[in-house]
Write a protein that binds this ligand. Structure first.
Ligand code: FDA
Length: 512
């Protein structure tokens, strides 16, 4: 404890000596009365907000690049590990929890400027901005420009884009990293690099190779994409007997292959209350965003998925920016200002992911319904997200995100609960693991792929000390397929001592 206290003091002195004097205003330690509120403000998973969760020695809510550089330098000098936090949505809490204590959090909440250049259809955004702030900033300047990133407005641009960034216009435009054209990064030596000075290998790696691995990304330059003035959304919920649900969901897998690129489609599947005869009912919410008006959408749906029975009354026309508010489930006609809110009702949450390359046979769905019906919890659901369209045209090696041609749809498994209890955690962990195991025959193989932004430490973790290429490739090839090798080479070149690391950061090759 004495050693830790000394390190703490030395580290703080180092920070203050490096940085004129403004940094002292943004340093929070456990003796500071605001420490807990600053730490907890961006914790999005209550599983990592308990008394047993390891807490940082210091949080630095950097105001500028110099604060980040100073924190990197002093952490290196005093042997402290760093965690970088943008929106705090990491499923495993890796942006604010570390196994090795003491550690330091660089929280980017104060670095969130969004500057949109309509004439050139670009924007520079600081990585502490949320996606909601980015969308709002774009909409202030144009209603026919957009950026293809995630649905939840409180997600941070830092972590989200570092891991890929799937969205409701990905079938038209690909994902967020496909539209990053420059970046500002602070590397392990504290240098400020842009695309030209970091070189194409490192620029490739930071666009999807996972956060907290190659340095601190301070800002991204986005290429904005055109959207029509009117888009159409629908969220059609069908409460079905198990058999009807099986037929409709099974059929969807074939329909999406024929969907127009302008049409995004996702199904949320969860258990509804049993019907009067006590039969299990499955609720399937078919959610879409269509880049066009309702009439064309209806005719496309009639051609490709008539079984859904979509009618005009199910559909709402609106602008793209309104669709971001709608998709985030704010009440209809909410002000766009809701996109700026960082308020988030935290719950206990576990998520996992899979990619499906062949339609899942009908028989397999019965096992899923059975498992959904057995778990008594606030919410257990599967999300099926259609791939295809533009995603098929982008080469697997174009960015570290490899889930491109051949992917039919993605699955996210999620379980959410509200009571803090070790028993509940153990029960729901084992439920989701068993479901994941059940799905093995029906999803991608060799490797069984997973999405790095739906971080899952069950896939494998690094050692506290040295981690071999072989060990890391267990989880690394699931997230990155063959791109894992190139990521390891970039990491070895830019951070050979593995300063930026976490349980699933790319390890460097040893120098011996
Ligand atoms: P957080 O701050 O926790 O960072 C995540 C990781 O990136 C950590 O390892 C962190 O250290 C690192 N990091 C953060 N900022 C960094 C920076 N500036 N430089 C270097 N490293 C940095 N995904 C998706 O693709 N589409 C979607 O629609 C959604 N929707 C969604 C909804 C909800 C409710 C949640 C909880 C999550 C999603 N996600 C998602 C997943 C999301 O993209 C993923 O969790 C991101 O990593 C979150 O980024 P944050 O910055 O919020 O997280």
């Amino acid at each position: 404890r004495v050693a830790s206290a000394d390190r703490h003091e030395d580290f703080l002195q180092c920070l203050e000596s490096q940085n004129f004097n403004s940094i002292s205003k943004v340093i929070y330690t456990p003796i500071n009365s605001s420490y807990s509120s600053v730490l907890q403000f961006s914790i999005r998973n209550s599983r990592f907000n308990t008394s047993a969760t390891p807490k940082p020695l210091v949080i630095v809510t950097a105001l500028n690049v110099a604060h980040i550089q100073a924190t990197i330098r002093c952490s290196q000098k005093h042997g402290l590990e760093i965690r970088v936090r943008s929106g705090g949505h990491d499923y495993e809490g890796l942006s604010y929890v570390a196994v090795i204590v003491p550690f330091v959090v660089i929280d980017l909440i104060n670095m969130r400027t969004v500057t949109v250049d309509v004439a050139n259809k670009t924007a520079w955004i600081q990585t502490g901005a949320t996606l909601g702030e980015v969308y709002y900033g774009i909409a202030e300047k144009s209603r026919t420009l957009a950026f293809p990133a995630g649905v939840c407005p409180t997600v941070g641009a830092g972590g989200h884009i570092s891991g890929g960034g799937t969205s409701m216009i990905m079938r038209k435009y690909g994902i967020a990293v496909d539209h990053i054209i420059d970046a500002q990064l602070i590397d392990v030596k504290g240098r400020i690099l842009d695309r030209a000075s970091m070189g194409e290998d490192l620029f490739w790696a930071i666009r999807g190779g996972g956060g907290n691995t190659f340095g601190v990304v301070v800002a991204w330059k986005l290429e904005l994409v055109p959207v029509p003035a009117i888009v159409t959304v629908f969220n059609v919920t069908r409460i079905l007997t198990e058999q009807d649900a099986t037929e409709l969901v099974h059929r969807w897998q074939y329909a999406i292959e024929k969907f127009d690129d302008d049409l995004f489609s996702r199904i949320f599947i969860y258990r509804a209350n049993s019907n009067q005869e006590g039969k299990i009912m499955i609720q399937a919410a078919f959610t879409s965003l269509f880049l066009g008006g309702v009439d064309r959408l209806l005719s496309l749906m009639q051609e490709s998925f008539p079984e859904l029975g979509l009618v005009k009354e199910d559909c709402i026309e609106m602008s793209w920016i309104e669709s971001t508010v709608y998709s985030a489930q704010f009440p209809r006609n909410s002000s766009l200002d809701v996109l700026l809110s960082r308020r988030y009702s935290s719950s206990f949450f576990i998520g996992k992911s899979d990619f499906v390359t062949e339609p899942i046979p009908e028989i397999a769905f019965e096992g899923i319904w059975e498992r959904l019906s057995q778990v008594g919890v606030h919410l257990a659901e599967l999300q099926f997200t259609a791939y295809g369209g533009k995603m098929d045209e982008i080469a697997e090696s174009s960015t570290p995100f490899p889930h491109r041609a051949g992917t039919l749809f993605q699955i996210q498994y999620a379980i959410i609960w509200f009571e803090e209890s070790i028993e509940a955690d153990a029960k729901y962990t084992s439920w989701i693991r068993e479901l994941y195991s059940y799905m093995t025959p029906y999803v991608s193989k060799k490797p069984r792929q997973a999405y790095v932004n739906y971080r899952d430490l069950d896939l494998g973790v690094n050692n506290l000390g040295y981690t071999s290429y072989k060990q890391a490739s267990i989880w690394g090839t699931k997230y990155f397929k063959n791109n894992f090798d190139r990521l390891v080479h970039v990491k070895t070149a830019v951070d050979p001592a593995n300063f930026f690391r976490n349980e699933q950061s790319i390890p460097p090759l040893p120098s011996w």
